[in-house]
Design a protein around this ligand. Structure first.
Ligand code: ADP
Length: 586
C-alpha cells in the first residue's frame, strides 16, 4: 500500500466515521426532543382534560363517550375515559360498541402509575390503534361523574417517525455531501503530501548517488519541511566530513607514496592494510591488499617484530642486508598503533644503504690515507736513523738525504692532493668561466712538463680541430686537469713514445683527449681508475726518480671536470695505449 493510499484511507475513514457518528447523534437527539415535547404536550392536555372533566356532569356511558369525542376533536388526540374498575367508558376514536369489546385497562402501566402518583405515562404498541402510541393518564375527581375515574390522552408516535425520516433524509444528503467533500479534500491533501515526500525521496536518492549539492527547491515551513531540512543539513555535514576524510586520505597517500621510507601497516588480525611503494620494493612484496603478513613478509625478523608488537611486546629495531638487492641495507622498526576502534602495528623501513656505503668509503679512505702516509714516513724515519750513524760515508749520507727528500715531496704532494679533494668535496672551489684557448692550454702544460718529456725522450703532438679551438671554462682548473692527464701519460708509457693532445667538437660538446702509446689500462680497471687511491698495479714501480703517484690525481681530474658540467672517461686505443677523454659543454 503506498504512502498516499494510507494517508487517503486514514483521513477518509476518519471523516466517514465522524459524519456517521454526527448523523446518528443528531437523529437520536431529535427523536428524544420530539418525544419529550409530545410527552409535555400530552401531560398538559391530560391536565386540562382532567380539570375540565372535574366540573362536568356525565352520568351515563354514552354521555362520557360523547364528552371524549368532543375533547378528542378539541385536542387532536385520542382521549380515553377509564372507570374506577378499569373499564373503558369513553374513547374519542371508538364507538360505544367498540368500547364494550375493549379489554379492562386497570393494569395498563400509565393507569397504574396515575392511580399511585397522580399521573402516569407510557409508550407501547396499541393493539387497538395498531400503532406505537404515547399515553399520559391522570385521575379525575368529579362526584357528579362516578363512572369516570381517569382520563388518558394518547398520541400515535408515527409523527415522530415521519419527522425522523425527514431528518434522516437530510442527514443522509448532508452525509453524502460531507463524504464527497472529504473525498476531494483528503485526495488532494494526500496527493500534496505524497508529492512532497517523493520530492524528499528524490533528493535522498541523489545524495545516495554521491551528488551532495544543496537542493534549490524550498521545502516550505511545516514539519515535513523541517524533516527535509534536518536531513539535508545532516547530509551536508556528513558530506563535508567525507570530503575532508577523502582529502586527508589523498594527502596521506601522497605522503606515503613520496616517502623514501617503507611503511607497512597491519591490523590487529595481522592483515595488511597498507604498504607504500617503498615498502613493496624493499621487501619485494607481492600485492599485499588484505593478505596476512605471514603470507607475504618473507623476512623472519620483521615477521617476528610484527607478531611481538601485536601481542603487546616492545620491539627492537633490526638491520637487514641484501633483502632485495645484495647491496641494500635497511633498518626495520615496528611500533603499535592504537587509535579508537582500531589496533595494529606499523613497520617503518629506513634505507641506510647510502649511509653504510658512505661509512665504508670513509673508513677505506682513512685506511688508505694512513697507509699512504705511513709508507714514506717509515722510509724517512729509517733513513734518518741511518744518518744518525756517524760512521756513514758522506756519499751514502747524500744518497739517503735524496731519498728522504723524495719521500717528503711525495708526502707533501699527498697532503696537497688530499686538501684539494677536501676543498672540492666541500664545494669550496668554484668555476670562473671564460673563453680559454685550447692551443694555449696545451702549450702551457707542455712547457711545464718539458723537462720530464725531454728526460723521457717523449714527443707531444697536438691535433686541434678548427671548430674546437676555444673552450669555455676555468683556465686554471682545466690546466690542472690536463696537466694531470699528461703527467700520467708521460709516467705510464715507455720512453721515446709519442703522446697526442687532441681537441674536437661533437654534438655541440668539446672533446679534449690525451692519448699515449703505453700499456693502456686493463678493461676491468677502466671504470675504477677515477676512484681515490685506486691504482691498477700497486706493485708497479713508476719510472724515473718519482717514488710513486698519490692515486688521487684522476679523482681530482674528475671533480674539476664535473665542476664544469662535463665528464671524463678512460679507454684503451685500438692500437694500444690509453686514451683519456674530457667532455665539456661547448
Ligand atoms: P697516480 O698518482 O697513481 O697516477 P692517478 O689517479 O693519476 O693516480 O691514476 C690512477 C691509476 O690509473 C694509476 O695508478 C695508473 O695505474 C692508472 N693510469 C692513469 N693514467 C694511466 C695511463 N695513461 N696509462 C696507464 N695507466 C694509467
Amino acid at each position: 500500500m503506498t504512502f498516499r493510499t494510507k494517508i487517503f484511507l486514514t483521513a477518509f475513514t476518519s471523516a466517514a466515521i465522524a459524519l456517521a457518528v454526527a448523523t446518528a447523534l443528531l437523529s437520536w437527539s431529535i427523536r428524544r426532543d420530539l418525544e419529550s415535547r409530545i410527552q409535555r404536550d400530552l401531560t398538559s392536555e391530560a391536565r386540562i382534560a382532567a380539570e375540565t372533566l372535574s366540573h362536568r356532569t356525565a352520568a351515563t356511558e354514552s354521555d362520557l363517550d360523547a364528552e371524549a369525542d368532543a375533547l378528542g376533536r378539541l385536542m387532536s388526540a385520542r382521549i380515553t375515559f377509564i372507570a374506577p374498575d378499569g373499564r373503558v367508558v369513553g374513547d374519542s376514536e371508538l364507538t360505544l360498541d367498540q368500547i364494550h369489546t375493549m379489554e379492562n385497562h386497570a393494569n395498563r402501566a400509565e393507569v397504574v402509575e396515575a392511580r399511585e402518583r397522580g399521573m402516569g405515562t407510557s409508550r407501547r404498541f396499541s393493539n387497538t390503534m395498531q400503532t406505537e402510541m404515547m399515553y399520559v393518564a391522570m385521575p379525575v375527581h368529579n362526584p357528579n361523574a362516578p363512572l369516570l375515574a381517569l382520563v388518558r390522552v394518547a398520541l400515535p408516535l408515527t409523527e415522530v417517525d415521519q419527522q425522523l425520516a425527514r431528518v434522516r433524509h437530510f442527514a443522509l444528503v448532508g452525509f453524502g455531501v460531507g463524504m464527497a467533500a472529504a473525498l476531494l479534500l483528503t485526495w488532494t491533501f494526500s496527493a500534496l503530501v505524497s508529492r512532497r515526500v517523493h520530492e524528499i525521496a528524490d533528493e535522498a536518492r541523489r545524495y545516495a548517488a554521491g551528488d551532495l549539492e544543496r537542493p534549490v527547491r524550498d521545502f516550505g515551513s511545516d514539519e515535513i519541511a523541517t524533516v527535509a531540512r534536518v536531513l539535508d543539513d545532516a547530509v551536508q555535514n556528513l558530506g563535508g566530513r567525507v570530503s575532508e576524510l577523502a582529502q586527508d586520505r589523498a594527502r596521506m597517500e601522497a605522503i606515503l607514496a613520496g616517502m623514501v621510507e617503507g611503511v607497512l601497516v597491519v591490523n590487529e588480525y595481522g592483515r595488511v592494510q597498507l604498504a607504500n611503494d617503498a615498502a613493496r620494493s624493499m621487501l619485494r612484496l607481492p600485492d599485499p591488499a588484505g593478505r596476512h603478513y605471514f603470507e607475504i613478509v618473507r623476512q623472519p625478523a620483521i615477521a617476528e617484530q610484527i607478531a611481538g608488537v601485536l601481542t603487546g611486546k616492545p620491539s627492537e629495531s633490526v638491520e637487514l642486508t641484501g633483502v632485495g638487492d645484495a647491496a641494500t641495507t635497511f633498518i626495520a622498526r615496528t611500533g603499535p598503533i592504537s587509535s579508537p576502534g582500531s589496533r595494529g602495528a606499523v613497520v617503518v623501513l629506513h634505507d641506510i644503504t647510502d649511509l653504510r656505503r658512505a661509512d665504508r668509503i670513509r673508513r677505506d679512505f682513512i685506511a688508505n690515507v694512513s697507509h699512504e702516509l705511513r709508507t714514506p714516513l717509515t722510509a724517512v724515519r729509517g733513513y734518518v736513523e741511518a744518518l744518525l750513524d756517524e760512521s756513514m760515508e758522506p756519499e751514502d749520507a747524500r744518497r739517503f738525504l735524496e731519498i728522504i727528500a723524495r719521500h717528503s715531496a711525495r708526502m707533501e704532494r699527498l697532503v696537497r692532493d688530499l686538501l684539494r679533494l677536501a676543498r672540492l668535496d666541500a664545494g669550496q672551489e668554484s668555476i670562473e668561466g671564460v673563453a680559454v684557448s685550447v692551443e694555449t692550454l696545451f702549450h702551457e702544460i707542455q712547457v711545464e712538463l718539458s723537462d720530464v718529456l725531454q728526460a723521457r725522450q717523449q714527443h707531444v703532438r697536438q691535433r686541434i680541430a678548427a671548430d674546437a679551438g676555444v673552450v669555455h671554462g676555468d683556465s686554471a682548473k682545466l690546466h690542472d686537469a690536463l696537466r694531470n692527464l699528461l703527467e700520467n701519460a708521460i709516467n705510464y708509457s715507455p720512453v721515446s713514445t709519442s703522446i697526442t693532445l687532441g681537441a674536437a667538437r661533437r654534438d655541440g660538446r668539446i672533446l679534449l683527449t690525451v692519448e699515449d702509446e703505453g700499456p693502456g689500462i686493463p678493461d676491468a680497471d677502466l671504470p675504477r681508475v677515477f676512484e681515490r687511491f685506486y691504482r691498477v698495479d700497486k706493485a708497479r714501480a713508476r719510472s724515473g726518480k718519482d717514488p710513486g703517484g698519490t692515486g688521487l690525481g684522476l679523482a681530482i681530474v674528475r671533480h674539476l671536470i664535473e665542476l664544469h658540467g662535463g665528464c671524463v672517461k678512460a679507454a684503451n686505443r685500438p692500437g694500444g695505449g690509453a686514451i683519456f677523454t674530457v667532455e665539456l659543454p661547448g
